[in-house]
Design a protein around this ligand. Structure first.
Ligand code: ATP
Ligand code: MG
Length: 360
């Protein structure tokens, strides 16, 4: 017979016992980990002081206590201490034999809930891109003519009219830049698969970000040093990381923000296709920023081309990320609440024989 104590200590989800005065009367070790505090320092404290929940939970909680019924809450953001909130599901039930006391479990939605935002840019979007690419090519030539003509005109006109020709030149330049981005999308070749070290690529991306668009950011490395080699095209992967770092830098306060580059190994993560085939994607790379989060209006479409929440955005950055990762048979997902936006990439590891080839 198992003892209550061993069940309590083994529960893998953060679990709390709450007394009739809404103070924590016990917490299991997963709960200590969640709060990042010891049981001793937690017990006796009002539960809602330690856990910040973004839903109007207290009334439902009171009702559950009064009527002795369980309460299930999905998709709440739960923050604790100075950690940014995590999306969680909560289960609350009256504790049998202890009138007024409740037991509460919190399950953070990590890998299990990661399939939220899709990454299929391959179908309809692909033809939109093909179209845009063709247009880009056709429009660039006449634009060069327009810029040239405006520059010629500007040579002998009044100061006032000069403003207008300057405007023509500046705006056509902006369009050319946009078109070049569209073309870059179309030029993407099939990945040149080889084993590569993810951390080397992350380092290169980090250094180039800090010298340019990300100069106002702090980029923290949180690497699993034992991560095996990945299998893919390192140059294309660099492009992916740069796009994600750029977005995080652009979303951040101009005074700065923090980006965390995290890698870890998740043995159980597999991609399963609708035809039943599948393969393992054990290498995980997360780009985490503490900016304002994805705008609500576009959050379900961010991987589609030409979807942008920024004034001058083309909306191609994440479409390119999605295309490259899907060409690599990988997976990309995003999770975002204000203060914590995570883009997670899941990649294949290099086949064993490729490892040994590398070493010889
Ligand atoms: N880390 C992030 N934090 C907040 N919002 C983000 C983040 N990453 C992306 N977004 C939102 O998603 C939108 C789409 O991103 P995407 O990179 O595809 O296009 P873009 O940055 O607008 O333009 P481009 O990358 O082509 O210059 C962005 O405009 C922005 O609103
Ligand atoms: Mg972008």
């Amino acid at each position: 017979m198992t003892s209550d104590h061993s069940i309590w200590a083994s529960l893998p989800v953060p679990t709390f016992i709450i007394d009739p005065e809404d103070r924590i009367s016990d917490v299991n070790s997963a709960g200590e980990g969640f709060l990042n505090a010891s049981r001793k320092s937690v017990v006796g404290n009002p539960v809602w002081d330690l856990l910040a929940v973004d839903a109007p939970l207290e009334e439902a909680f009171l009702r559950a206590r009064r009527q002795s019924t369980p309460l299930f809450v999905n998709d709440v953001d739960v923050g604790s201490g100075n950690r940014p909130p995590l999306q969680c599901a909560m289960q609350i039930a009256p504790l049998m034999g202890y009138p007024g006391s409740m037991i509460m479990t919190i399950s953070p939605r990590e890998l299990a809930g990661r399939m939220t935002l899709g990454n299929s840019v391959k179908s309809a979007a692909q033809s939109a891109i093909g179209m845009a690419e063709m247009l880009a090519h056709e429009i660039k030539n006449p634009l060069a003519g327009i810029t040239g003509a405006a520059q010629l005109l500007s040579m002998n006109i009044s100061q006032q009219d000069l403003e207008l020709t300057d405007l023509i030149v500046a705006e056509t330049r902006r369009i050319v830049k946009l078109l070049e981005q569209v073309e870059q999308f179309g030029n993407l070749s099939v990945p040149d698969f080889k084993p590569f070290n993810i951390h080397d690529v992350l380092d290169r991306a980090r250094r180039s970000a800090l010298l340019g668009f990300g100069a106002h950011m702090k980029i923290i490395e949180d690497y699993d040093p034992s991560l095996p080699l990945a299998y893919g095209d390192p140059d294309q992967f660099l492009q992916v990381i740069l796009n994600l770092l750029k977005n995080a830098s652009e979303a951040a306060d101009p005074k700065g923000g923090i980006i965390r580059l995290r890698t870890y190994f998740e043995h159980s993560f597999r991609l399963r296709r609708s035809d039943g085939s599948g393969h393992s994607l054990p290498l995980q790379v997360e780009i985490i920023d503490d900016g304002p989060g994805l705008p609500d209006k576009i959050r379900s479409d961010i991987f589609d081309p030409f979807v942008s929440g920024r004034e001058n955005g083309t909306g191609l950055g994440l479409a390119l990320v999605s295309k490259i990762i899907s060409d690599h048979d990988g997976w990309v997902s995003a999770e975002s609440v204000p203060g914590r936006t995570v883009f997670c990439l899941s990649l294949r590891r290099a086949p064993k024989e490729e490892h040994s080839k590398e070493n010889t």
